[in-house]
Ligand binder design. Sequence first.
Ligand code: NAD
Length: 362
Amino acid sequence: MSHRITLIPGDGIGPEVVEATRRAIEATGTDVTWDRRQMGAGAFSRTGRALPADTVASIRENRVALKGPIETPVTSGLGSVNVTLRQELDLFANVRPCRLYPGVPSLYDDVDLTVIRENTEDMYTGFEFEMGSVAVKELMRFVQDTTGRRVRQDSGISIKMISREGSARIVRFAFDEARRLGRSKVTAAHKANIMKFSDGLFLEVAREVAATYPDVSFEDRIIDALCMQLVQAPERFDVLVLPNLYGDIASELAAGLIGGVGVAPGAHVGGVDGRELAVFEATHGTAPDLAGTNTANPIGVMLSGAMLLRHVGEVDAGNRLEAAVAEVLADGAHVPRDLRTIDDDRPPAGTFQVADAVIARL
Ligand code: NAD
């Protein structure tokens, strides 16, 4: 079967790591037609738009995209191009598998968990009010009238919003993912003891949803305790589900357990008008310090490519790509610069050398 996939090279190291992954996906023998589109700072300088309409339309039509990291240009008028894309396509679930592969330097022996982060609510809705603005003064008056408490006049305000519907769908997604992956436990993280009406609602809904999945066990953790326990004993966790901001932080923490952002894959899943859409991209950003130097680690995007292949039904090809990456990591002859320890005297392998080593094993 032929697959049409939107390909967004992105900014900084994006074009290099995405090209490495494109070649590896083709080397699995999967029949793909790439629909190349632009997004980010490069797109802005070429077209005047950081999120061109044809890019969004292409993802809607093809339903699946492989994306490199992008930079949001300050003058683009968008707070964050990534957040705007996720909101436009209602990509409500960010899936970040964190698996430690043999050969990757880490403080741990056994890490294999999946972080599911809510992508559209919480502190990321963009309801931001600048210190001194008329809106802030009105909000302060409202807060004072309704609570009787004064807000410091020199405050800026960001609004945290968590809905019943948004919480229910992300927690259901986490349980469905746990079933699909054959996992036995979902852990929900929150700060319900302090934020009773936002995180408290998330926890209440998570408990309700959990009761409808009797075959998967459920527990909850206060976010600060979860962070400590992830560092102490990550093997205790299986699937984590978190509101947006905690999910952002905890998934980066989890990436740190498995070798860093260079090897951490991800997907943004959701959809509009009844069509499921998915954008696959690594956790890392554009790494401008490495752009164009053939030193970036392509493995985070390559593992995202393996997830993409499984998502489009090419399960065998996805598994083979992941296995080839794992073999290269275990073999240790082609180590990307970011995976070398201080006393490592092996020469670092460049982006394309790592890609070639993976492709040779396919
Ligand atoms: P970053 O992930 O780009 O870089 C953090 C550190 O990790 C740097 O030292 C970098 O060299 C290193 N690094 C990142 N990817 C690597 C790789 N593949 N191989 C080896 N080392 C790697 O994060 P940042 O510096 O906070 O952000 C830089 C830019 O990227 C910003 O404009 C930010 O907004 C953007 N960003 C985009 C995305 C995305 O598009 N999904 C995600 C995060 C950050």
